[in-house]
Design a protein around this ligand. Sequence first.
Ligand SMILES: C[S@@+](CC[C@H](N)C(=O)[O-])C[C@H]1O[C@@H](n2cnc3c(N)ncnc32)[C@H](O)[C@@H]1O
Length: 284
Amino acid sequence: MNLRAVVYLDSASIEPAAQLCVDFDVPCMDGSTLAASKPKSIQRLLEQELGSVANECAFVLGKAGLQLVSFDPNNAVAIAANFHGATTTYRRLKGGGKGQTIAKAVGIRAGVTPRILDATAGLGGDSFVFASLGCEVSMIERVPVVRHLLADGLEQATRYAAVEDAELMNVLQRMQLIEADSLEYLKQLPEEASPDVIYLDPMFPERTKQSLVKKEMRVVHSLVGSDPDADQLLSLAIDKARYRVVVKRPRLAPYLSGVEPNHVLSGKSNRYDLYTKLKIPDDL
Ligand SMILES: C[S@@+](CC[C@H](N)C(=O)[O-])C[C@H]1O[C@@H](n2cnc3c(N)ncnc32)[C@H](O)[C@@H]1O
């Protein structure tokens, strides 16, 4: 799936849209007269100028921030990284806290908040859970379209939190986005900068179900492919993490790189494979 255009919905978005057009070398289009910014209306607008955009996608920029709209006839959705909407806020405040399997997997417990490197950040959902539970999180995302969505989600949430939610602001301040490929980043990482935990959630080919989250993940999947180099990432991560590496997998998937973990924690649809090196101290 390729990015075909950037559409701005209001005059305040013209300038940032123009910058995106330069960055991605795609045309900039005026969507300010559209009655609705649904995928179908955006697609019609683009097709007047560009011919068919079926199975392609576009950035749409407006008051709600940056969205990626996919024109896949079977999965026409708009996706964004959202850290301050109702669903995310509910999960942050009522979502099971330190008792969640994902939290246990990275070693979060009372008084223990490891520094985490999320080497496959995507739209930042898992990183946000770690930061909400008190961890400092560095996020690396190598695909520019995905990284722009993530950066914009952080920016929108920060703008909201500055006025409405001091606690959310603290969470966001614990999240740092790094523009890199994790393979290159980890190779040059000096020992004294080792993260306590490295978290990996590479794309898995068989994520095809239809729930909203799965629909979003399908769009990301068609943009980034299947992360065929994830095997290399595991061995490098095991080398560089101070205490452990955690790999998120679909519940029944084979181990990443065929390497058996020391511990496995299973959730409802996912499994967390733990490659432990040292016990995480009680006062971390
Ligand atoms: C399944 S998604 C991660 C979803 C994420 N855990 C979340 O909660 O949104 C995998 C992401 O990792 C990124 N990725 C894979 N290998 C990478 C690497 N070596 N460096 C940086 N990003 C990588 C892909 O581009 C993709 O966006």
